[in-house]
Design a protein around this ligand. Structure first.
Ligand code: PEP
Ligand code: MG
Length: 324
């Protein structure tokens, strides 16, 4: 079975009805990039930059260290797109196990991700400068986690402009047309998508957090893990609506949460119209295998039945039919 999958490595990712699908990789460190490229990924859809910052006893990586990490990743991908997500700490990813009195836990509803970055504008500017400087060494994009409010998007874009102005004044080169995108991972963002479509260049759906916040299930709390359900009708409808609204506005949209790497969800996402996936490179070939046997036109009606189902047994029946 594994050998059979390996044979798909150089097969183009195209559905039976000729739809080209982009499979990108999620990475945590620059050293993951060569493996991502080798797996056949056509870019990095999610570079989780917080891993550069975690467990360093409060010693943040400076601009130079960050610049080299981003540059190295971009160069390893040989011109393919690389979306660098700005620091997403908090909740399950504490900056430092000691920074919370040893509690090792911050509220998932609290000061995390872009909220934390906007509360530490000097830190954020250093990260943005490092990303901008690296952007001349490949095709880099900036991805912002956990946005929900128009003001947060505007404030973020202003800080990016400030970093650009600084570099310009210092005669340091960067890609002036660098794209900026948002993670859609808070239900409020999904339900107010035009705020994002108007202001940004692309969207990426973070299903891990979107499920957490839609169902009010703390991702890190084992006591409620059994209620964490990607097939809850509210979750499915929300994801379908994001993809539909983005496509209608000709806004590029991908899924980069764990759902993108779950082969049993591949045909569900294809039927919703998704054409861009970002996943762990180890899951790439099993997802590709599902894509190769799929006809997106046929899947659309099967997925419509899934989306109109509301009772668990109807959902299960529709889900099984999609994967048959
Ligand atoms: C997500 O929330 O789905 C996501 C991709 O981000 P993370 O898992 O790093 O929070
Ligand atoms: Mg997330």
């Amino acid at each position: 079975e594994k050998k059979k999958l390996l044979r798909l490595k150089h097969t183009p990712t195209v559905t039976l009805d000729g739809q080209h699908i982009d499979l990108m990789a999620n990475v945590e460190m620059p050293d993951d990039a060569p493996m991502a490229l080798d797996s056949g990924a056509v870019g990095i859809g999610l570079f989780r930059s917080e891993f550069l910052f975690m467990n360093r006893q409060g010693q943040m990586p400076d601009e130079e260290e960050q610049f080299w990490a981003y540059r190295k990743t971009a160069e390893a991908m040989k011109g393919l797109p690389v979306s660098i997500r700005t620091i997403d700490i908090g909740a399950d990813k504490p900056l430092d196990v000691k920074d919370n009195g040893g509690a090792n836990y911050l509220s998932p509803l609290g000061l995390r991700a872009i909220r934390w970055s906007l509360s530490e504008p000097e830190m954020f500017l250093i990260q943005i400068r490092a990303i901008l400087r690296a952007s001349v060494f490949g095709k880099i994009k900036i991805l912002i986690p956990m946005l929900a409010h128009a003001q947060e998007i505007d404030q973020t874009l202003e800080l990016i402009q400030t970093a650009k102005n600084q570099l310009e004044a210092e005669s340091i080169s960067f890609d002036p047309g660098i794209q900026v995108g948002a993670m859609i991972e808070i239900p409020a963002a999904a339900l107010a998508l035009p705020l994002f479509i108007r202001r940004l260049d692309f969207l990426s759906i973070g299903t891990n957090d979107l499920i957490q916040y839609t169902l009010a299930i703390d991702r890190a709390d084992n006591a409620v893990a059994h209620l964490y359900d990607p097939l809850h009708p509210a979750v499915l409808r929300l994801i379908a609506s994001i993809i539909r609204d983005a496509k209608n506005a000709q806004m590029p949209v991908s899924v980069c949460g764990e759902m993108a790497g779950d082969a049993s969800m591949t045909r569900v996402l294809l039927g919703m119209g998704l054409t861009d996936f970002s996943l762990h490179f180890k899951q790439l070939l099993s997802v590709k295998q599902e894509i190769l046997r799929s006809d997106t036109q046929q899947l659309k009606s099967a997925v419509d039945s899934l989306l109109s189902a509301i009772e668990p047994e109807d959902i299960q029946a529709a889900f099984q039919k999609i994967n048959a």
